[in-house]
Design a protein around this ligand. Structure first.
Ligand code: NAD
Length: 257
């Protein structure tokens, strides 16, 4: 039985929840996090199903002090943090001309600055333990741009830079850091954009999904959450010990075009 511990932000919805389930299946202690109202119940359900130890924390990615406290609380309970998955993320879609400053600030804070705070807070434990696996959930938008997603694209390009620096600093300490770059996965974050595009363009959600989302994919399907979760579990596995500083696309062929 694996007795390692994984802290996964934004793990009470979408991709993060899928990643938490995959790590729980491998026997990891899980630190769940997210803003969903029923987050504590979701965490309890996953942990009970896989018979693993867990903590649920609604710590907000906008609250640096709260994030540091979450790391200390997790390490107090489980001894260290072996795996940190920076997954929590938000989106806002608007042309730059009308892009609200507060949305820009929040997206950079949640998608980029919170992973920095958590990496920094977890570092002393990983260093002491001579073991760490940091996995940043970036995006195809960490490698390519789309119109109207300035803050998101900037934050995701930024986290790929943070990933590379973290990998270099961790190299001598057996701390690896990698980014996963998903294409479109049908989670609440993307469903909201599909609904908005259908309304704005007066078309069905199916048409909006094809026209504005699946058009980016060579394989005209949304990516299953398990594909992202499986990649995360692999990057934390012993076989991945020498894989660091990379950005791994799970993007239905988006980047091949
Ligand atoms: P989601 O909306 O289903 O889940 C996001 C999670 O982050 C939720 O648990 C939410 O509560 C949490 N979160 C958001 N703001 C938070 C805050 N301030 N404090 C604490 N938690 C907060 O979205 P998702 O699609 O599963 O996205 C997960 C990650 O994957 C994000 O980083 C996103 O950018 C990335 N991503 C998603 C897609 C996609 O197509 N869905 C594609 C590429 C990358």
């Amino acid at each position: 039985m694996n007795t390692k511990t994984a802290l996964i932000t934004g793990s009470t919805s979408g991709i993060g929840l899928g990643i938490a389930k995959a790590f729980a299946e491998k026997g990891y202690n899980i630190i769940f996090n997210g803003l969903e109202q029923n987050g504590a119940d979701i965490a309890n359900d996953v942990a009970s199903q896989h018979k693993v130890n867990y903590i649920f924390s609604p710590a907000n990615m906008l609250d640096a002090e709260g994030l540091r406290a979450l790391v200390v609380q997790s390490a107090d309970r489980f001894g260290t943090i072996d795996v940190l998955v920076n997954n929590a993320g938000i989106q806002y879609v608007s042309p730059i001309e009308n892009f609200p400053e507060n949305k820009w600030n929040d997206i950079i804070a949640v998608n980029l600055t919170a992973p920095f705070h958590l990496t920094k807070a977890a570092w002393p434990y990983m260093k002491k333990n001579n073991y760490g696996r940091i996995i940043n959930i970036a995006s195809a938008h960490g490698l390519f741009a789309s119109i109207n997603k300035s803050a998101y694209v900037a934050s995701k390009h930024g986290i790929i830079g943070l990933t590379k620096t973290t990998a270099l600093e961790g190299a001598a300490l057996n701390i690896t850091c990698n980014a996963i770059c998903p294409g479109y996965v049908k989670t609440p974050l993307v469903q909201k954009q599909i609904t908005d595009q259908a309304r704005i363009n007066n078309i069905s959600e199916e048409e909006a999904a094809e026209k504005f989302f699946l058009s980016k994919h060579a394989v005209k399907e949304f990516i299953p959450i398990q594909s992202i979760a499986g990649m995360a579990v692999f990057l934390a596995s012993p076989d991945a010990y020498a894989i660091t500083g990379g950005s791994f696309s799970v993007d239905a062929g988006w980047g091949a075009q």
